[in-house]
Design a protein around this ligand. Structure first.
Ligand SMILES: *[C@@H]1O[C@H](CO)[C@@H](O)[C@H](O)[C@H]1NC(C)=O
Ligand SMILES: *[C@@H]1O[C@H](CO)[C@@H](O)[C@H](O)[C@H]1NC(C)=O
Ligand SMILES: *[C@@H]1O[C@H](CO)[C@@H](O)[C@H](O)[C@H]1NC(C)=O
Ligand SMILES: *[C@@H]1O[C@H](CO)[C@@H](O)[C@H](O)[C@H]1NC(C)=O
Ligand SMILES: *[C@@H]1O[C@H](CO)[C@@H](O)[C@H](O)[C@H]1NC(C)=O
Ligand SMILES: *[C@@H]1O[C@H](CO)[C@@H](O)[C@H](O)[C@H]1NC(C)=O
Ligand SMILES: *[C@@H]1O[C@H](CO)[C@@H](O)[C@H](O)[C@H]1NC(C)=O
Ligand SMILES: *[C@@H]1O[C@H](CO)[C@@H](O)[C@H](O)[C@H]1NC(C)=O
Ligand SMILES: *[C@@H]1O[C@H](CO)[C@@H](O)[C@H](O)[C@H]1NC(C)=O
Ligand SMILES: [Cu+2]
Length: 577
């Protein structure tokens, strides 16, 4: 898989650029390195689906540069904003121990980098190995501003599986034949659901099932008998995806930069934000096979992009190579769009490789409902601003609070500098009302309250959160992402969580560790973690359409004792509002 070929788009140009920008300096006592990168946020003409858009990119590349580091290394990334939008960059899944200022969500840990300004993110990778990624965390810029972050074991250490011959990141993305910022602005104005995308992509290319895309289809070459590592990342904005490679089994070895107990499957399901590392052995007749992804669309009746993106897995010795058209690649049969059984079977197969230290005693037992809502339009509102179902506006909430970002200070700044009036610490530990969350919910409960509420945690608190999906308006699968932490997923199920019945089923031995949990459609997920990273940490649905509507909250984790349990001071160049 050494040659990741993309016939028109010169991938190597960008590798070359990465190398230019990448200065690695060894520190004397350890083998840890510091990697310096420059990210220029800029509009660049990008042609997809027969049309050119002035796309916001990093360094003119779509997707952006792949960052490759070893566990223990430090990253220093100077972001210069030459675009016309505010921007921030989030290092998705990086723990950011004591370095919350580098986490990135706008108005949460920093104010946006305004056009013409810059900010340098500095952070160290501590105890994480596998695949993460980075993306813009401002409006919907992450539709095109994203890239892979690969973390290899420390020098001299090895993977807990046979060393793959080659490694290939596969970023699954989503493309609008429009400016994604216009799409979200239109939805915010009208109150309706935003337009769905026009294509999914693999490493930025839709693949040959779409118009004007054939010659640019990504080709991954393999050699018979070799085993390679694929780092699959769902960087789509709004859609969970099934992923499959025709005729090949995939051995899952990692998810969200934590190793998992290896298991074999023919299909993956990834929610936006999630990553899955798989080994694939080239043991099939030498020809061309499609690598394909399409929607896992769990919400009944809701519109979604039902197209299929493809790349080609090509055996080096195939008689008819990429440019030869006499043989078509073998197409895998993908699960039905609503195949919740397959999605659930996949997420339930994940385990940690061995017994892990799951918190057993719990200090903070939190129950959070997650779901959509509809706001009635205020009297006198214009009809064109109320284009949700039956003249409403879409909204979303956690525990009936629809999250509102502050605008004059970031939450972290307000916390650290004791600035009052920016947020309150009364995010409820339980839903304000109990109801049949997954049943026929009374219309009187559909309209959440708005607020900028955080939940305060003592340093070191052992936390359990039940994430309970609701069927308000519609039930659907929500990929819930927690910043600053990895958590154990100790159980998931359908219907209403029932502590009497369900606690007995918790896996406290080898549950998977992740940063994004797929809360089942009309169901629940239970996560546990220790609050050992002081700061303000956003928890939100990673479907950007839902975070836009307020499906978010934040934890305020207090400092502990001494410097090593205390948030670092803010960097001097931290952007202000
Ligand atoms: C959304 O889709 C509608 C219907 O196809 C179209 O008229 C509108 O221009 C689209 N909005 C954006 C921002 O592209
Ligand atoms: C692709 O092109 C064909 C022929 O020009 C056209 O009929 C079709 O609508 C296009 N499909 C898409 C998805 O744009
Ligand atoms: C996708 O949706 C369109 C219109 O909504 C429909 O015509 C088409 O058959 C669907 N395609 C698939 C693969 O389901
Ligand atoms: C999935 O969709 C098919 C039609 O596309 C329908 O027949 C089936 O009942 C649906 N299954 C579920 C579980 O909703
Ligand atoms: C919209 O109104 C119709 C007709 O009154 C009703 O059947 C439907 O359930 C309503 N939908 C929502 C989401 O309120
Ligand atoms: C922040 O801005 C809001 C209005 O946007 C204002 O009401 C509030 O007083 C401001 N807070 C501070 C601390 O300046
Ligand atoms: C849901 O409940 C409302 C009354 O609360 C009732 O009018 C409606 O028919 C119910 N819908 C279903 C699908 O049971
Ligand atoms: C949420 O709060 C609003 C406003 O207080 C209330 O009308 C609604 O019933 C509440 N819904 C739920 C699910 O608690
Ligand atoms: C950009 O960020 C500044 C605060 O830093 C804010 O005042 C301004 O409204 C933002 N612009 C947009 C378009 O969101
Ligand atoms: Cu969601």
């Amino acid at each position: 898989m050494g040659a990741l070929r993309n016939i028109m788009n010169p991938f190597c140009t960008f590798l070359f650029l990465c190398m230019l920008l990448h200065v690695a300096s060894s520190m004397p006592k350890t083998s840890a390195k510091t990697h310096y990168h420059g990210f220029i946020i800029q509009a660049t003409p990008v042609k997809r689906l027969c049309k050119t858009h002035n796309t916001i990119t990093v360094n003119g590349m779509y997707p952006g540069p792949t960052l490759e580091v070893n566990n223990g290394d430090t990253l220093v990334v100077k972001v210069v904003n030459r675009a016309r939008y505010n921007v921030t960059i989030h290092w998705h899944g990086v723990r950011q121990l004591r370095t919350g200022w580098a986490d990135g969500p706008e108005f949460v840990t920093q104010c946006p980098i305004r056009p013409g300004h810059s900010y340098t993110y500095r952070f160290t990778i501590q105890g994480q190995e596998g695949t993460l990624w980075w993306h813009a965390h401002s409006s919907w810029l992450r539709a095109t501003v994203y890239g892979a972050l690969i973390i290899r074991p420390r020098p001299g250490e090895s993977y807990p599986f046979p060393k793959p011959k080659h490694e290939t990141p596969l970023l699954l993305g989503e493309w609008w034949d429009a400016n994604p910022i216009d799409v979200v602005r239109q939805a915010t104005r009208t109150g309706a659901a935003p337009n769905v995308s026009n294509a999914y992509t693999i490493n930025g290319q839709p693949g040959d099932l779409y118009n004007c895309s054939k010659k640019d289809t990504i080709v991954v070459t393999v050699k018979t008998g070799q085993t390679n590592l694929l780092r699959v990342i769902n960087s789509a904005l709004n859609q969970q995806l099934f992923f499959k490679i025709a005729n090949h089994k995939l051995t899952v070895v990692g998810a969200d930069a934590s190793y998992v107990k290896p298991f074999t499957t023919s299909v993956l399901m990834l929610g936006p934000g999630q990553t899955t590392d798989v080994l694939i052995t080239a043991n099939q007749p030498p020809t061309k096979y499609y690598i394909a992804a399409r929607a896992y669309a769990s919400a009944q009746g809701a519109p979604f992009d039902n197209t299929t993106t493809t790349a080609i897995l090509e055996y080096e010795t195939a008689p008819c190579l990429a440019k030869c058209t006499s043989t078509k690649p073998v197409m895998p049969s993908l699960p039905a769009f609503n195949d919740t059984a397959t999605a659930t079977a996949f997420t339930k197969s994940l385990r940690s490789p061995r017994k892990v230290e799951v918190p057993k005693e719990i200090d903070e037992n939190i129950f959070i409902t997650v779901g959509l809502g509809l706001n009635n339009c205020p009297r006198g509102a214009r009809r064109r601003n109320c284009q949700g179902p039956n003249g409403t506006r879409f909204t979303a909430s956690m525990n009936n609070v629809s999250f509102v970002l502050p605008s004059n200070f970031s939450l972290l700044q307000a916390h650290q500098q004791h600035i009052p009036g920016i947020f309150t610490t009364d995010f409820p530990a339980n839903p304000p009302r109990k109801f049949d969350y997954t049943g026929n919910v009374s219309r009187s409960l559909w309209q959440p309250a708005r607020g900028t509420k955080v939940y305060r945690l003592k340093y070191g608190a052992r936390v359990q959160i039940v994430l309970q999906g609701t069927s308000i308006f519609t039930a659907e699968n929500h990929p819930i992402h927690l910043h600053g932490y990895d958590f154990y997923i100790v159980a998931e199920g359908f219907g209403n969580f029932n502590p009497k019945r369900d606690t007995a089923k918790f896996n406290l031995v080898n549950p998977p560790q992740r940063n994004t949990a797929s809360v089942p459609v009309g169901g629940w997920t239970v996560i546990r973690f220790v609050a050992d990273n002081p700061g303000i940490w956003l928890m939100h649905c990673h479907l950007d359409v839902h975070i836009t509507w307020g499906l978010a909250m934040a934890f305020l984790v207090e400092n502990g004792v001494g410097e090593l349990q205390t948030l670092e001071p803010p960097p001097a160049d931290l952007p202000l509002c």
